[in-house]
Design a protein around this ligand. Structure first.
Ligand code: FAD
Length: 305
């Protein structure tokens, strides 16, 4: 299948990319693993592709104090290869579970969240981790200028393939908190056997006090709902309790009863996804609990599977 005719420009800087899209419209091109297929299916006809693939300042991971900044152009393979004990275990784990080596080596964090496929792994991970999206535009500022704003991940994913990003805004990076002793996070997913996208994806992040009781917990789901959704009641039910099998079983029951707009498609029925949800909530909470006691030991990323 051939895509519609389009112009192509490679941007040399963030400012140039913003100028081009502001003046001529079109779409940013990162790894192309989602944009090119939807163009070939004639679901998108942007007219202009602004290639940001070689723009400095969009790639790589750095730590400043308690935060990691993940550049939008960082590939899933680069995230899965982070070797730093404080890096969020769930993010490391989820990145290693994405697609196959080819997808992980081309697909980018920015493209993944901007595309907001409901079956993507990173949206629920960033929602559960309380991440912040840093977004740039030059609206009203003139050529060569740039302004930024921050959007909480919980407000970024607004619907099926929809985000809070405006057409002329570029995602620059995602900020996530470091994890230390007493904090643990994990991602568990039911794979679509063909594409390896998530039929159900669950991320849990929790903290425990010296007495072993849970002091904070956020659980977010993807795959089965149109956009990443935080299960508020599940997190609230964990508070003050030991992170043990009884507490986790109770949390899974709360998840099973959550009011959600569960989707059905050729890969899995809504009923099946709904039945799998508590299973994967329990798995994510169990791993996050174990990691909180261990002090965020690195997960098996599964990148070689
Ligand atoms: C066979 C296959 C299997 C896959 N399996 C999985 C999986 O298991 N789990 C999973 O989560 N994902 C999966 N993916 C998706 C993949 O991981 C990529 O993340 C995804 O395709 C988008 O990243 P990209 O860099 O290719 O973005 P592109 O395709 O280049 O862009 C996607 C969209 O995001 C926009 N965009 C890109 N970068 C930015 C930016 N910085 N700011 C603003 N807008 C931007 C583009 O304009 C476009 O609209 C799979 C993809 C394929 C092809």
């Amino acid at each position: 299948m051939y895509p519609p005719v389009f112009d192509y420009v490679r941007a040399g800087s963030i400012e140039e990319a913003l100028d081009l899209v502001n003046e001529r419209g079109g779409k940013f091109l990162a790894g192309g693993h989602s944009l090119l297929p939807v163009m070939k299916m004639r679901l998108a006809d942007p007219g202009l592709l602004v290639d940001i693939g070689r723009v400095d300042g969009l790639r790589g991971i750095s730590r400043k104090g308690e935060y990691y900044t993940v550049g939008a152009l960082t590939t899933h393979a680069e995230v899965a290869a982070v070797d730093d004990g404080g890096f969020p275990a769930a993010l490391l784990e989820a990145a290693g579970m994405i697609g196959d080596p080819q997808v992980r080596n081309r697909g980018t964090v920015g493209g993944n969240v901007a595309h907001a496929d409901p079956a993507s792994d990173l949206p629920p991970v960033f929602a559960a981790l309380g991440a912040t999206m840093v977004v740039a535009s030059n609206r009203g500022k003139g050529r060569g200028a740039m302004q930024t704003r921050e959007i909480a991940a919980t407000e970024f994913f607004t619907g099926l393939f929809e985000t809070a990003l405006a057409d002329d805004e570029l995602l620059v990076s995602v900020n996530v908190s470091a994890e230390g002793p007493g904090v643990g996070s994990a991602y568990a997913k039911l794979y679509n056997k063909a594409s390896r996208y998530a039929a159900v994806g669950v991320c849990a992040r929790l903290a425990v006090g010296a007495d072993g009781a849970c002091t904070s917990c956020t659980v977010a789901v993807g795959g089965l709902v149109p956009n990443a959704t935080v299960l508020t009641d599940v997190g609230a039910g964990m508070l003050g309790r030991p992170v043990d099998s009884q507490t986790i079983a109770a949390a899974a029951r709360v998840a099973a009863a959550a009011e959600l707009d569960v989707m059905s498609d050729i890969h899995a029925s809504a009923r099946y996804r709904r039945q799998m949800l508590p299973v994967f909530v329990a798995r994510a909470l169990t791993s996050a609990g174990e990691r909180s006691h261990l002090g965020a030991s690195g997960p098996d990323t599964g990148a070689s599977r």
